[in-house]
Design a protein. Structure first.
Lengths: 250, 216
């Protein structure tokens, strides 16, 4: 598969899987405002997914469209990072997953606005305002929960620790990512990691949370299609209709 | 037939971007009028120009905020009437996931077909990204009258500030005026509101909750 198509699918898969996870919480948010925020973020991510898939499908030229990419690929074809397929869990788990992702996503999208590929730069420019809102909210909630009651603090710290080993995969560049850096399409990993660590440290300090060790061992494999058991269940729900009734429309 | 040139509605001509300039993401969608719907006898040659088309578009309400039109909102970015009479309309989404874009596209082709335009070609443009700067003053006033606080006068371009300030947890202090009583003694309840383009605020004087059209 062409490196750029692969890279675009990674971007789209990250956004789609997180969007699907957040959509499952629609109507179940802990407060009305949170419920709306979850659905809004899910909708933004779904819109971004379509833009990435559309471009990937065009470059690929294999007759697949965005729906085909979303509904007719199996788990091992998905290239999302493992962090995003981790369960919604309690609200601290949901928000910590979001915060780790949003921080990386914000710096990535900001970097992609300078991409040498003008279509990617345009999609990034469109998305940047949205991901800025996302990061503002998830950072705010991490502080409120971390620096809240004893129970909320304990749950938020537990979520931070449990998800930490999934936070580093985005910085582990393989040949596909490296080709994008060399072509001036994507920002380098060390730049993003420095920015990510600085922002997470700032928010954790305010949230009275202890940041797990930076040299901890990190899980990887999602980008190459090696997933945790959770992804299959997510896809089973997301793809059911199109698998059972191919090309169904309403 | 007119030579191809670009105009936009009279109200917001100042920020005209030529149709088809910028970065397009979707393939243009062509919608031809059902031949059975044609009322003319074949003798007409599409007597309309870009000014007229822009005027017609200015009458199409936004599907989620019907108080303002799609041109008030600044999502129509260009109009071009081609030599063959096909009408090219370029629109830009407010938010990536805006679910109204499909409905807006349908409304545009329906409205133009209804005026006798046989072929409508819709272009979607991503860059430059939509900004609340493109909303007309008339549009802002209509929003206010409708009970939605319009985007703040001074656009804070959150995407261009340094990283530290852009992602600080607190939303920028804007002094949003309550559309009910006019007080700027208001506070944000939620960054996300009933649609992707709105945030939820409340007035600390008259105690009325209200929607704020996010600025960006």
């Amino acid at each position: 598969m062409d490196a750029k198509v692969n890279y675009l699918l990674r971007l789209g898969d990250n956004a789609l899987i997180l969007s699907q996870q957040l959509s499952r919480l629609c109507g179940k948010g802990p407060a009305l405002e949170e419920d709306m925020a979850l659905s809004n973020v899910a909708l933004d991510l779904l819109g971004q997914t379509r833009l990435w898939y559309e471009y990937a499908a065009e470059l690929e030229g294999a007759g697949r469209d965005e729906d085909r990419l979303a509904y007719h690929r199996d788990a091992h074809d998905f290239k999302n990072c493992l962090l995003l397929e981790q369960p919604n869990g309690n609200y601290a788990d949901t928000m910590m997953r979001q915060f780790y992702f949003d921080t990386w996503h914000y710096f990535l999208i900001a970097g992609l606005t300078h991409s040498s590929d003008e279509r990617i730069a345009a999609i990034a420019e469109k998305s940047l305002k949205e991901v800025t809102y996302h990061l503002r909210r998830s950072g705010d909630l991490v502080v409120r929960m971390g620096d809240g009651t004893d129970i909320s603090h304990a749950k938020t710290q537990a979520a931070a620790d449990a998800l930490w080993m999934y936070s580093g995969e985005v910085f582990g560049y393989d040949a596909v990512d490296q080709a994008m850096v060399e072509a001036g399409i994507a920002p380098p990993a060390d730049q993003l990691r420095t920015q990510w660590l600085a922002h997470v440290a700032e928010i954790f300090a305010e949230a009275t949370l202890v940041m797990p060790p930076q040299d901890a061992w990190m899980q990887s494999g999602g980008k190459q299609g090696r997933h945790t058991e959770h992804l299959g269940f997510i896809l089973a729900e997301m793809q059911f209709l199109q698998r059972a009734y191919p090309n169904a429309q309403w | 037939m007119k030579a191809t040139k670009t105009v936009l509605s009279p109200a917001n001509l100042q920020s005209v971007i030529p149709a088809q300039a910028g970065i397009h993401t979707e393939h243009p969608i062509t919608r031809s009028m059902d031949p059975r719907m044609r009322e003319d006898d074949g003798s007409e040659d599409g007597g309309f120009d870009e000014e007229q088309v822009a005027g017609w578009l200015a009458q199409i309400p936004d599907p989620e905020i019907p108080a303002i039109s799609i041109t008030d909102l600044g999502i129509v970015r260009g109009v071009r009437v081609a030599d063959d009479g096909a009408c090219h309309v370029t629109i830009t989404p407010t938010y990536s996931g805006c679910p109204a874009m499909q409905v807006i596209g349908d409304a545009i082709s329906d409205a133009l077909h209804g005026r006798g335009v046989l072929e409508v070609v819709l272009h979607t443009q991503l860059a430059p990204a939509w900004t609340t700067d493109w909303m007309t003053d008339a549009g802002k006033q209509k929003l206010r009258n409708y009970g939605i606080a319009p985007p703040a006068e001074q656009v804070i371009d959150i995407s261009r500030l340094g990283p530290a300030s852009a992602i600080s947890r607190k939303a920028p202090k804007l002094g949003i005026a309550c559309p009910n009583c006019g007080s700027t003694h208001t506070e944000v309840t939620s960054q996300f509101g009933s649609t992707p383009c709105k945030a939820l605020y409340k007035c600390l004087d008259c105690r009325e909750p209200f929607d704020y059209f996010k600025c960006h």
